[in-house]
Design a binder for this molecule. Structure first.
Ligand code: F0G
Length: 455
C-alpha cells in the first residue's frame, strides 16, 4: 500500500508515563470519573483533543524568537494579517486568543434573543455562544451525516432544503447569520464539499443572510475536497481554500487546529461596519486590535503554522494517519463513524454497546474505561456533552460518540495501535464500561466540570 509517512523527523521528545492500574483507578476516583479533571502528567496517550495539542515545527519555534511585543501593530501582526488575508481573502483580520472568543464576538454583535442560527452542526462552544444570546442554534446536517455506518464522501454537508424550510418558517429577519463548520467536528469530523459551500452561500445570500465559516479545520476540509470532489484533483489545497472562503462573508477560526499553534485564533469579515463593532468589543475583552489576547510571538507561530498546514505532504500524512487508525479499529470489529474524519476517529458507542441505557451515559463510561484500562484519554460527544438544554431538560443526541482526537504531528502509529489494543479489551469485555450518574453539573457546557459516580 502506498501512503505518506510523517514528512518530518523528531528533533525533541517529551517523556510520557503509563501509571500502574491501581493508581489510574485512584486518579479516576479523585477526578469523580471526569477525565477532564485528571492531571495531564497522569495520562499516557492523550486523545482528548486535537486543539492546541499539536507539535510546532522548528520553523515555528524559531519564529517565537522574533516576537515583537510592542503593544500596537507589532511586526508579527503584520505577518499574521498578510498570511490570513493571503489564504482567506477577507478584509478585516482580528486576532483573538482562541476560537470561542471569535464566536462570542460574532454572536454578541449580530444575534439577539429569539433569533435562529443554522449550521451543519454547531460545535459545543458555538452552540453555547449562540444560546448565551438567547437564540437557537439549529443543526441541519444532511441525513447521511446522521448515519454512522454510511460511507459517503461529504457527510458534513448542510441540507439546503432544511435551511430553506427554516428560513420560510421563522422568517429571514430572525436569522442574522448562517454558520457552517468545516470539517464538521460535532458531526464526526466529516468534510463539506465545495459545491455545498457554494450552494449554501447562494441560498443565504438570496435571502440577504450573511454567511460565516467556522474554519478551525479548513485545511483538512480542503484536502478532502481535493481528494474526493470531482474536478478538484489538479488544484492546490490553497486554491481550493481561497475559493471556499470567497463564498463566505467572514469566518471564525481557532488557530489551535489548522493554525498548528498551541494558542490563538481570529475572526475575519468583509463587513466594515461589523468590523468596527467587533474591534470595539475586542478591546473590551481581549486587548488591542492587533494582538487580541496574544503575544507577538504567538502571532508569528500562527502565521507560520497556517502556511505549514497547507503543505500537501503534511495533509496527506495527517489524513492518512487518521484513516489508518480508523481502519485498525474496523479490522477489530469496533464500530466507528465512517468514513474516518480529518482530525479524529469517532467510536460509535450505540453500535459498540447497543443495550446500554442512554441515561447511564455509555459514551462517558467508555472514556472512563479507556483511562482505567490503558491510561488513554478520549472525549465523549454524546449524552453528557450535547444532552443538556438551556431549560434544564435532557434530550440525548441521535449519535453517542467517543472521540479519539489525533493531535497534529505528535503520536506515532505505534501509539495509535496501543489505543486500538485497549479498545479491543473493552470490546471483548463490555463489563469494563460501567453505568454512571451525574452527581453535580454546571448549567451549561457541563461535560468540562461535571462530577459522576458509578452506579
Ligand atoms: N469550532 C469548532 C468546530 C471547534 O472544534 C472548536 C474547538 C471551536 C470552534 C472553539 O475553538 O477551542 O479555540 O475556543 N474545539 C476543540 C475540540 C476544543 O476539542 O474539538 P477554541
Amino acid at each position: 500500500m502506498e501512503f505518506m509517512p510523517e514528512p518530518y523527523r523528531t528533533k525533541a521528545v517529551e517523556r510520557i508515563t503509563l501509571l500502574p492500574r491501581e493508581q489510574r483507578i485512584e486518579r479516576l476516583r479523585q477526578a469523580r470519573f471526569n477525565v477532564f479533571k485528571i492531571p495531564a502528567a497522569d495520562i499516557f496517550i492523550d486523545l482528548l483533543t486535537d486543539s492546541g495539542t499539536g507539535a510546532m515545527s522548528d520553523n515555528q519555534w524559531a519564529g517565537l524568537m522574533i516576537g515583537d511585543e510592542s503593544y500596537a501593530y507589532c511586526r508579527n501582526y503584520i505577518t499574521f494579517e498578510d498570511t490570513v488575508r493571503d489564504i482567506t481573502g477577507f478584509n478585516h483580520i482580528i486576532p483573538v486568543h482562541q476560537g470561542r472568543v471569535a464566536e462570542n464576538l460574532l454572536f454578541t454583535c449580530t444575534v439577539k434573543k429569539g433569533d435562529y442560527v443554522p449550521s451543519n452542526n454547531h460545535f459545543d462552544t458555538t452552540r453555547a455562544n449562540v444560546e448565551h444570546q438567547g437564540a437557537m442554534a439549529v443543526d441541519l446536517v444532511v441525513d447521511e451525516g446522521l448515519d454512522p455506518k454510511l460511507d459517503a464522501p461529504f457527510k458534513g454537508n448542510i441540507d439546503l432544503n432544511k435551511v430553506e424550510n427554516l428560513i420560510k418558517k421563522v422568517g429571514r429577519d430572525k436569522i442574522p447569520v448562517g454558520m457552517l463548520t468545516v470539517t464538521n467536528n460535532a458531526g464526526g469530523g466529516q468534510p463539506v464539499s465545495l459545491a455545498n459551500i457554494k450552494a449554501y452561500s447562494e441560498l443565504l445570500h438570496k435571502y440577504g443572510i450573511p454567511f460565516y465559516l467556522d474554519a478551525c479545520r479548513y485545511a483538512e476540509n480542503c484536502y478532502f475536497i481535493k481528494k474526493r470532489e470531482p474536478g478538484q484533483q489538479n488544484r492546490s489545497v490553497k486554491e481550493i481554500a481561497r475559493e471556499m472562503f470567497s463564498y463566505a462573508d467572514g469566518c471564525t477560526m481557532s488557530a489551535k487546529k489548522d493554525g498548528l499553534a498551541n494558542i490563538g485564533g481570529f475572526i475575519a469579515t468583509n463587513n466594515d461596519e461589523l468590523a468596527i463593532r467587533l474591534k470595539n468589543m475586542l478591546i473590551l475583552i481581549e486587548g488591542f486590535i492587533t494582538y487580541g489576547g496574544l503575544a507577538g510571538r504567538d502571532l508569528e507561530a500562527i502565521a507560520r503554522g497556517l502556511v505549514e498546514a497547507l503543505d500537501e505532504d503534511y495533509l496527506a500524512y495527517r489524513t492518512e494517519q487518521v484513516r489508518m487508525f480508523g481502519q485498525m479499529l474496523l479490522d477489530e470489529g469496533i464500530p466507528i463513524v465512517q468514513p474516518p474524519g480529518g482530525h479524529a476517529i469517532f467510536v460509535d458507542v450505540n453500535g459498540l454497546l447497543p443495550k446500554f441505557p442512554r441515561d447511564q451515559y455509555p459514551g462517558w463510561g467508555v472514556t472512563v474505561a479507556l483511562y482505567r484500562e490503558g491510561g488513554v484519554r478520549a472525549v465523549e460527544i454524546g449524552g453528557v456533552m450535547l444532552g443538556q438544554h438551556p431549560d434544564g431538560s435532557e434530550h440525548f443526541p441521535e449519535m453517542e460518540l467517543v472521540r479519539l482526537a489525533v493531535p497534529r504531528r505528535v503520536y506515532s502509529m505505534a501509539h495509535l495501535a496501543y489505543v486500538v489494543s485497549i479498545l479491543k479489551k473493552i470490546r471483548d469485555d463490555k463489563s469494563l464500561v460501567k453505568p454512571l450518574k451525574i452527581t453535580w453539573q454546571a448549567p451549561a457546557l457541563r461535560h468540562f466540570t461535571a462530577d459522576f459516580a458509578e452506579i
